[in-house]
Design a protein around this ligand. Sequence first.
Ligand code: NAP
Length: 324
Amino acid sequence: MTKLDQPLFNRLALIGTGLIGSSIARAARAQGAVRSIVATARSPETRRRVAELGFADQVVETNAAAVEGADLVIVCIPVGACGTVAKEIGPNLMKGATVSDVGSVKGSVLTDMAPHLPAGVHFVPAHPVAGTENSGPDAGFPELFVNRWCILTPPQNADTQAVERLAMFWRALGANVETMSAEHHDLVLGITSHLPHLIAYTIVGTADELGAVTRSEVLKFSAGGFRDFTRIAASDPTMWRDVFLYNKDAVLEMLGRFNEDLSQLTRAIRMGNGEALFDHFTRTRAIRRGIVEIGQDSPAPDFGRTHAGLPADPLPRPYAADNE
Ligand code: NAP
């Protein structure tokens, strides 16, 4: 990432300063992508913490106050709250400003926010496909978007210059940018993000419901695969509740296909059809390799986890060879 000579925007207003909002602030400042940053959050505790962390030039109390004089406004809150916030900020938006968001669902954001935004304001919804299982302003970091995709879903009548300027902003933060319709986004993310989260929430929940003794063994032997699901299942409950409520149709469509495929695998196991299982697992292994090949994950085995060294004294003295 090279720092910009000239800022792309004068004043960036961030509504919501959790993992994503605070990462945008940190990256935009580090890259000189904006002249100044004004931030707000719903609770006084978060606003106080944002002021302490110092990644914004100004912290204000209301959403309406935050957008005054801002030429770029990014709403970084759960998707279910975007409509209410658009209504609050609509009257205070500056003519010519670009309004965007970072929500993981795009169709509902478009329908909920657009009616409250005045003419002369450019609305370009966006979704940076980057994140961690942590939340809040302390969780953010400037490199979060580097080599990750940011998907823009501008409405059909969007101003192309405004779309390109927002794309440049995201590129300055290290992201690769792609543009598609909101509907297509929701379908694609339904399979690549929303369904995997639903499966992780299910598996971890099922394990939790097992008897107490078994549950302790689930935790103890979690390196068998379970722990990788627990990372996803530790994601923010509010955010993910909203994702499933607001991307209902696409998720149900993908869930239907998933259930059909699961039934086929169930049948293969029941019938002892090793060939079907082997073929299926060979196909899925190639998908993992493809993800690594296009740089979307590290080639390091076991997600790059470090392994502890061998024990210094592996055998108790009475059993060691020099005792014989
Ligand atoms: P987060 O760390 O939990 O932060 C959420 C922020 O939204 C906080 O500032 C919170 O304020 C505020 N907020 C919560 N409920 C609100 C409401 N009803 N009205 C107004 N503000 C509210 O969440 P995040 O991970 O940054 O996610 C924010 C958005 O980014 C979501 O739409 C999510 O879909 C999207 N996204 C997340 C990820 C990810 O991996 N986390 C990735 C890509 C996109 P308080 O702290 O004061 O409550």
